[in-house]
Design a protein around this ligand. Structure first.
Ligand SMILES: O=C(O)CCC(=O)C(=O)O
Ligand SMILES: [Fe+2]
Length: 208
C-alpha cells in the first residue's frame, strides 16, 4: 500500500500483517530475555514512563549522566543482535546497503507517553530512523524543526511503519497517549515501538 506523508513523516499503514507482528513480538521477547526492559531516568532525574531495551551493536540509554548510545545494557551484557526479520523490514522499507546499529525498543504500558523530542544522538542524520508500532494504538504527534511549532497527530496502529528521513529526520515528534487495550497483540496490553537507527559515527551527545 502507498504510504501517506504527514509533515514529511512517511507512514506505511498496515505494513505488517498480524502474523508478522506476532513473530516480531516473539523476537522482542527473546531480546528482552537477554537485555531486560528498564525504566530509564532522564538526565534531570525524572523516570521516563516508557520501559526500554535495545538490540544491535549499540543501545540507546539515559540516566543522570545523559542521553547516549552504549555498547552494553546497564547490567553489563552486550545487546543481543537485531532479529533478522527486523533487519529485513529496514532493508525492504529503505533499500539502503547500510544496516542499522541500534534497534531501540520502547514498551508503553497504560498511561505511558513520550514527550516531544528530536532524535539527535546519532552521528549522521543523512540516514533515516524507521519506526515500527506493535500492539495498542498510539497518538503520534509530529511537529517541525523548532520546539513549540505547529503539529499534526495521527493514530499509529499495530503493524504501521513510519520513516523519519530527509526533511523529517530532525523534526520534533512524540507520543501523547495510548488507547490502552485497543489491540490484543500483546498478552498484557500496551504498545511496543521499535526504532531502527544508524548511529555511527556517534555524535557527542550534547544535544536534546
Ligand atoms: O513510540 C513511538 O512511536 C516513537 C518513539 C520515539 O520517538 C523514540 O523512541 O525516539
Ligand atoms: Fe524519537
Amino acid at each position: 500500500m502507498a504510504p501517506v506523508t504527514v509533515r514529511d513523516f512517511v507512514v506505511f499503514q498496515g505494513y505488517l500483517d498480524r502474523s508478522a507482528q506476532a513473530a516480531m513480538v516473539e523476537d522482542i521477547r527473546q531480546v528482552a530475555s537477554v537485555a531486560p526492559f528498564v525504566q530509564p531516568q532522564t538526565p534531570s532525574g525524572r523516570k521516563m514512563s516508557v520501559r526500554m531495551t535495545s538490540a544491535g551493536r549499540l543501545g540507546w540509554v539515559t540516566d543522570r549522566r545523559g542521553y547516549r548510545y552504549e555498547a552494553t545494557h546497564p547490567s553489563g551484557v552486550e545487546w543481543p543482535p537485531i532479529p533478522s526479520a527486523i533487519l529485513k523490514l529496514w532493508q525492504d522499507v529503505t533499500s539502503l546497503d547500510r544496516t542499522p546499529d541500534c534497534c531501540l525498543v520502547n514498551y508503553y504500558g497504560e498511561g505511558a507517553r513520550m514527550g516531544m523530542h528530536r532524535d539527535h544522538d546519532e552521528g549522521d542524520f543523512s540516514w533515516p530512523v524507521v519506526s515500527v508500532s506493535l500492539g495498542d494504538e498510539a497518538l503520534f504527534r509530529m511537529g517541525g524543526s523548532e520546539r513549540g511549532g505547529k503539529t499534526e497527530s495521527i493514530w499509529l496502529k499495530s503493524g504501521d511503519v513510519v520513516v523519519m528521513g530527509g526533511p523529517a529526520r530532525l523534526k520534533y515528534h512524540g507520543v501523547d497517549r495510548l488507547r490502552f487495550g485497543s489491540s490484543t497483540l500483546l498478552p498484557r496490553g500496551g504498545r511496543i515501538n521499535l526504532t531502527l537507527r544508524v548511529v555511527s559515527p556517534p555524535a557527542d551527545g550534547s544535544g536534546h
